[in-house]
Design a binder for this molecule. Structure first.
Ligand SMILES: [Mg+2]
Length: 377
């Protein structure tokens, strides 16, 4: 192969909007997210093509930020990356982190970088004929247990019904997005004592409010409580809360780069670190976070409520370097899947890890065509 085979020729940021229903296929009311109606999943696909036509696919976290994320990729990331050797993923990522630091090492800049990084790892795998799991040192499993990550409903009956539906689907682990004890009590009653049930609160409380709320939930044995405090990066406050309540805490979806995870872990803030492949800085930073978590004896439970290349990358990370972790599967019905039934669990609630080169599967071109958010293009 010629010298130029792996040189990045082109980076495309492709915005998709895929409608979903939080209540399953029979529909349900639209939800709100950050002041907007939330009834479609935003996916910013990042397509990287080398001069000789190898194509890699990535995804940056794009809920409610498709347009700015696309601009970051096109205006700030592509000009640095085009022309570079796609195999130089570590140096490209580092150069981008250095180059973009003055816009913040947290947020949309790093989400865009995450998407590029995933696409470059996909190319490296395709170029070498190895799956991402193999590149990361080898798969320890071919199937990954997933948990149904329920929407926030704020209605105990609905939460109970959805939890029952998830158990009927085969899931053996559940996550609620509720902030009161009652839905957890209901789900504990439905699921029995053996099913791990976690509660993701999405940063609502002061430390004192959190102490009270967690005390109310504790009798129903939450496996972990996720992001109980605002601001989410108050690691000392999380550490005190975990110590005082005796309930395991989880956090990390709102942390970018291994630097921030290092601060979290040094503080003893969590029992489970939750790096998100599409937010933390891609595979490259995720690997560093796992190394740190192992050093501190903390579990890794990735954040992955999305359905693009970040979902597939999470499967590989869980198969290889985070082999005790569970896959977060956003429990809603999407109108179309970029990856066929890969996004669905089997009857035991586990998900198969693709074994082809790179991510092992490319997004469906028909779905990309049909759900392209043309107004954002
Ligand atoms: Mg969460």
């Amino acid at each position: 192969m010629s010298e130029n085979t792996f040189r990045i020729a082109k980076i495309d940021a492709i915005p998709l909007e895929i409608p979903f229903s939080p209540f399953g296929k029979d529909g349900g009311p639209a939800k709100e997210f950050a002041g907007n109606r939330w009834n479609a999943l935003s996916v910013l696909l990042i397509r990287v093509e080398t001069e000789e036509g190898l194509v890699g696919w990535g995804e940056g976290f794009s809920y409610n930020c498709l347009r700015p994320l696309k601009a970051v990729v096109e205006d700030m990331i592509a000009p640095v990356a085009v022309g570079r050797d796609a195999r130089d993923v570590r140096t490209i990522s580092e150069d981008l982190q250095r180059g973009m630091h003055l816009w913040g090492r947290y947020g949309i800049t790093i989400f865009g970088l995450s998407g590029l990084d995933i696409a470059l790892w996909d190319i490296i795998g395709k170029a070498s004929g190895q799956s991402l799991s193999s590149l990361l040192g080898g798969a320890r499993r071919t199937k990954v247990p997933g948990y149904a990550s329920l929407f926030r409903y704020g209605d105990t009956d609905v939460v109970g019904d959805r939890a029952q539906a998830a158990l009927d689907d085969g899931y053996t682990i559940l996550k609620l997005h509720e902030v009161t004890a009652e839905p957890l009590a209901r789900v504990r009653e439905i699921a029995g004592d053996a099913v791990p049930v976690t509660v993701d609160t999405n940063c609502p409380w002061t430390p004192q409010q959190a102490r009270d709320a967690i005390a109310a939930m504790k009798p129903y044995d939450p496996y972990w409580i996720e992001e109980p405090l605002f601001p989410p990066e108050d690691w000392q406050a999380l550490a005190s809360l975990q110590r005082d309540t005796g309930v395991r805490l989880a956090a990390g979806e709102n942390a970018c780069t291994a630097m921030e995870f290092g601060q979290m872990l040094r503080a003893g803030a969590v029992s489970f670190a939750q790096p998100s492949a599409t937010k933390v800085g891609g595979i490259t930073e995720f690997v560093k976070v796992v190394t740190l978590a192992n050093h501190y004896g903390v579990g890794v439970m990735p954040h992955s409520p999305y359905f693009g290349p970040g979902f597939v990358a999470s499967l590989h990370l869980l198969a290889s370097i985070a082999p005790e972790g569970w896959l977060e599967r956003f429990y809603l019905s999407v109108e179309a899947s970029l990856y066929g039934d890969l996004i669905d669990p089997d009857a035991q609630g586990t998900f198969s890890v693709p074994d082809g080169p790179g991510l092992g599967i490319d997004p469906d071109p028909d779905v990309i065509r049909d759900y392209r958010a043309k107004t954002l293009d």
